[in-house]
Design a protein around this ligand. Structure first.
Ligand code: HEC
Length: 453
């Protein structure tokens, strides 16, 4: 099913001038199991997974970044003794694809991302089979060596670009012991005095203690924009989420910071057992003088905002559509849904000038707790012709089926508070001239034919 879908879409996409790269043939040949057939996958059949041989390597690779002492998750998952009491919950969370937090529908749209942290179907099958078999430990001698995690406060990209050119810090916040989750929104000057092209950004909690409570930190770049293409301002600048290294711009492209710009933070601090004071800091590396990139990335807010943008009756699942015209050809770099407690799903669809529409991405498992940005791989980022209409559909679940719903018996409208709703996407866009677009399509086509030959 998935193979056909991809093959079909790949060809259709090329025919329509919408391009991304289909998966390599080997991957495309694999059957895509339905959720309930996952346990019967061939390569786990006949094998009896144990913790030390099969499960521990998966946890090291996909869970420890958050599930270790001093990180954000509530429990550590490094040893058998630590994991054992959570087996049931682990089975449930991985099978429903709530953990690791990566909530893209794997059956539709682009599937290649720079920051994919999801489990493969095989990995899910292995974990489920292992729990169902009674959580066998296996031979302790088979345990992989413990993974070491950097505990220093060095910047990841310093090894590539040296020390950052600019560091912007949020105003400190003290999260009191026992206080509820807090959303802290200070606005601070960037300190930039002349236009600068950004090549890489990294965001992290300012203190080691702060890592245990900083659930995520979004930041918007506020500045006066002469550029009329930027219909909604320069938009979301960078987001920090646990386990994320940072972001390097695609080759020959960058974000532009202007003098007088400010950084507007939106930081989610989770509850803490002790008083913790923290700030979040953002390191920025600029392109050197004379090496300015050709393309500018805009992080745009797509979707209706303001009074009347959202109108959800009580006890109802509601779909809200909104549209965003591309006045120039564009490459879509990333997609990040933004909704509140009733958010359920969001899709990003391209309606091409021919009238045909293609789903680029669908987040079918949205959770307010996790604001994931899905960053398309370099060779998979959709290329769209001028005149394409992007369509965002946001689904909100205002029924009792939604465990996060504070009250299914009220009408819900657009608003800033967590109990109000939003339904827009942050979409990172690089605009291209028609000639640049054709050249990019040609390059992608060459890549595609090489990959599938
Ligand atoms: C990006 C960070 C991150 C990654 C990666 C991650 N987790 Fe989590 N996990 C969390 C956080 C934070 C929570 C608590 C909040 C929540 O449930 O969303 C959590 C909760 C859980 C829970 C629920 C605990 C309970 O209270 O019942 C389970 C089970 C779990 N994770 C298992 C896993 C497994 C297994 C993996 C790897 C396959 C994994 N997680 C990867 C951050 C992460």
């Amino acid at each position: 099913m998935r193979t056909m879908l991809f093959r079909g879409l790949g060809t259709l996409a090329l025919g329509l001038g919408l391009v991304w790269l289909a998966p390599a043939p080997a991957a495309a040949e694999e059957p895509h199991p339905s959720a309930d057939a996952r346990g019967a996958l061939s390569n786990v059949e006949g094998q009896n997974p144990t913790f030390t041989t099969h499960v521990a390597p998966i946890f090291q690779a996909k869970c420890e970044t958050c599930h270790r002492p001093g990180s954000i998750a509530p429990m550590s998952l490094r040893t058998y003794a630590e994991v054992r009491p959570w087996a049931r919950s682990i089975r449930e969370r991985v099978q429903t694809r709530q953990m690791p937090p990566w909530h893209i529908d794997k059956t539709v749209g682009v599937q290649e991302f720079k920051n994919d942290r999801s489990l493969s179907d095989d990995e899910i099958a292995t974990i489920v089979k292992w729990v169902d078999a009674g959580v066998p430990q296996g031979d302790p001698a088979d345990m992989p060596p413990p993974k070491t995690w950097p505990d220093g406060q060095g910047w990841n990209y310093a090894k590539l670009y040296g020390e950052p050119d600019l560091i912007v810090r949020s105003t400190p916040w003290t999260q009191k012991a026992g206080a509820n989750d807090t959303w802290w929104k200070p606005v601070v000057p960037s300190g930039v005095t002349e236009p600068q092209w950004v090549r890489a950004i990294e965001v992290r909690p300012g203190t080691v203690q702060g890592r245990t409570i900083t659930h995520h930190a979004n930041s918007d770049l506020l500045q006066d924009e002469p550029d009329e293409l930027t219909q909604a301002g320069p938009g979301r600048f960078m987001e920090f989420a646990v386990g994320k290294e940072g972001e390097i711009m695609r080759p020959n492209s960058g974000k532009l910071m202007l003098p007088g710009s400010r950084i507007a933070w939106d930081i989610h601090y989770s509850a803490s057992k002790e008083d913790i004071t923290d700030f979040v800091e953002m390191a920025i590396w600029f392109y050197p003088q004379g090496q300015e990139p050709k393309y500018r990335q805009h992080l745009l807010r797509m979707g209706n905002t303001g009074d009347g943008a959202i109108d959800i009756p009580p006890n109802t699942v509601k779909a809200t559509e909104s549209f965003y015209p591309l006045r120039q050809a564009a490459r879509i770099e990333s997609f990040q849904p933004h909704m509140h407690l009733r958010g359920k799903a969001m899709s990003l669809e391209a309606i091409l000038p021919s009238g045909q529409s293609v789903i680029l991405s669908h987040v079918d498992n949205f959770t307010f707790n996790w604001h994931n940005a899905y960053v398309y791989a370099d060779h998979a980022a959709p290329l769209l012709p001028k005149g394409t209409m992007l369509k965002i559909t946001a689904w909100h679940d205002n029924t009792t089926a939604n465990r996060n719903n504070p009250d299914p018996n009220v009408w819900v409208g657009y608003g800033d508070r967590t109990v109000d709703e939003m339904g827009h996407a942050w979409v990172n866009v690089t605009y291209l001239s028609d000639d640049e677009y054709l050249a990019e399509v040609e390059a992608r086509r060459t890549q595609l034919s090489r990959a599938t030959r």
